[in-house]
Design a protein around this ligand. Sequence first.
Ligand SMILES: NC(=O)c1ccc[n+]([C@@H]2O[C@H](COP(=O)([O-])OP(=O)(O)OC[C@H]3O[C@@H](n4cnc5c(N)ncnc54)[C@H](OP(=O)(O)O)[C@@H]3O)[C@@H](O)[C@H]2O)c1
Length: 235
Amino acid sequence: MGEQVFLVTGASRGIGAATARMASARGYRVVLAARDASSTARLAAELGGPDRAWSASCDVTRYEQVAGLVQRVEEQWGRLDVVFANAGASVVTSFTAEDGAPPAEWGDMVLTNVCGPAFTARAAMPALTRHGGHLVLTGSAAGRGVRPGSLYAATKWAVTGLAQAIRAECVGTGLRVTLVQPGLTDTGGIPASRAADPKLAPEDVARAVLYAVEQPPTVDVNEILVRPVGQDAHR
Ligand SMILES: NC(=O)c1ccc[n+]([C@@H]2O[C@H](COP(=O)([O-])OP(=O)(O)OC[C@H]3O[C@@H](n4cnc5c(N)ncnc54)[C@H](OP(=O)(O)O)[C@@H]3O)[C@@H](O)[C@H]2O)c1
């Protein structure tokens, strides 16, 4: 991959960290973004330090932080080739009962999962377009089917629509847009009620991301749904 630059949001753990590791192993220089830069700093050191990987504190719900990060990447490395808009949050919700998080706590999830990738796309698109780049968004299998009471699923339906809207606007720019929709993945974020369900490893999702990114520049893998063998159709 030479000197290509691959930015990952939500890179401090789970799917984002696994994808950053895999991209780094394939030769990309990586930028690791999360709110808590201490975890991403450890990962950046593991991946070769400042010439190969650097970490940044960035809250994707704050447009100015995402735009500032993209600007720093271009100033430091002169290019931006792949952006993985992956940061996400999940709380359990119910519209009919007291189960799950109280409504006062729902807003952060909506901002992170919907405004996060939207702001990331808006901030990165000019740089990506300059370099014939690739935007990859983390949706979810939950963004394709009905999940009773789940506002999280509704945010991931929004990501499905967002990817399509961005791709439609990018016609003629050479930019590629891929939506990756993982099924249940073994990271810190899964609810206790699903602990016994079959799960992907974060690396399984990372391979799907790299598969899309490593296609020839004329090939746009629009969507990848990747689920563990045996995952129930409605989970
Ligand atoms: N795990 C699953 O079963 C599953 C299935 C389908 C889709 N997904 C999606 O895959 C993505 C990654 O999930 P995961 O399970 O790997 O998550 P995770 O282990 O909970 O990690 C979430 C990552 O996002 C970062 N993050 C959260 N809020 C942020 C914000 N406002 N700004 C910047 N970074 C933020 C976290 O770092 P900080 O807290 O330091 O900011 C962390 O790096 C999410 O979009 C999730 O919805 C997950």
